[in-house]
Design a protein around this ligand. Structure first.
Ligand code: SAM
Length: 242
């Protein structure tokens, strides 16, 4: 068996512990609701009538929005608890299944999706070549892959990896979701490690955006508004299947 087939998903255990709290808290949390979610909603554009594949869908927060806006969604996540929550949150016009993004996906029909989306989930994959080739395969010609990740600068500042080059395994203690902090494994990824795998997979880069908070956070949480207005914590990237 190859390394890709045997490797355990690094964040599975942590997200199984966090799933319910994440589902309740993320829809209003500063970093998600006032930075990442508005950026993704803008980036996907008009989704009416579109068939969208969501990777690392978590508890279905983005899927709920996409379905509300008239799309049909197929989503997957490595955490069975997250998938149960997504099924409850989005009972209609969406299907969800458990799968690991680091491995080939159990979907046979190529070229069936208008768009692939991934909100803050591909960060947890060390080698992007497998998911990117799978997303490319599943997209229609000219289909878009729209995704958010941790910004390399914000990520470097947060994790303090031993080197700012390459892909580095890192960990952080997530406080505020559950009574006990949860250790979250992740990967720090330098800018070239974000862009070059996309080019290698055959995607054309359409847009790269360093995300800032929306104005509503200014009065709600002036400290976080100031902090994230100066230091990009996430980035949003739109690429197209050529
Ligand atoms: C920060 S959460 C984001 C959830 C959701 N996309 C959102 O924005 O609300 C990251 C998600 O990625 C999922 N994830 C982590 N590693 C994964 C893997 N190897 N395959 C699929 N999903 C994974 C986690 O289970 C979790 O639901």
């Amino acid at each position: 068996m190859s390394d890709t087939e045997t490797k355990k998903p690094i964040a599975l255990e942590a997200y199984e512990k966090l799933a319910e709290a994440f589902s309740e808290i993320a829809p209003a949390k500063a970093e998600n609701a006032y930075i990442e979610q508005p950026a993704m909603r803008k980036a996907v554009g008009d989704v009416r009538g579109k068939k969208i594949f969501e990777a690392g869908c978590g508890p279905g927060i983005l899927a709920e929005y996409l379905v509300h806006e008239g799309a049909k969604v197929v989503g997957f996540d490595v955490s069975p608890k997250m998938i149960d929550l997504a099924k409850k949150r989005v009972p209609d016009n969406a299907t969800f299944f458990v799968a690991d993004m680091a491995k080939p996906l159990p979907i046979e029909q190529d070229g069936q999706f208008d768009m692939v989306v991934a909100s803050l989930s591909i960060d947890y994959i060390e080698d992007w070549s497998v998911p990117l080739s799978e997303f490319y395969r599943l997209l229609k010609p000219k289909g878009k892959f729209v995704f958010t990740i941790q910004h390399p600068i914000g990520s470097w500042n947060w994790y303090k990896p031993t080197s700012a080059f390459g892909v580095q395994y890192v960990e952080a203690s997530w406080k505020g979701f559950t009574e006990e902090p949860v250790i979250m494994p992740d990967y720090y990824r330098s800018f070239e490690e974000v862009i070059n795998p996309l080019i290698k997979a055959g995607f054309k880069i359409l847009k790269v955006e360093d995300l800032k908070p929306i104005d509503a956070l200014r009065t709600l949480d002036p400290y976080k508004f100031g902090k994230y207005s100066k230091l990009a914590t996430f980035m949003c990237i739109i690429v197209e299947k050529e």
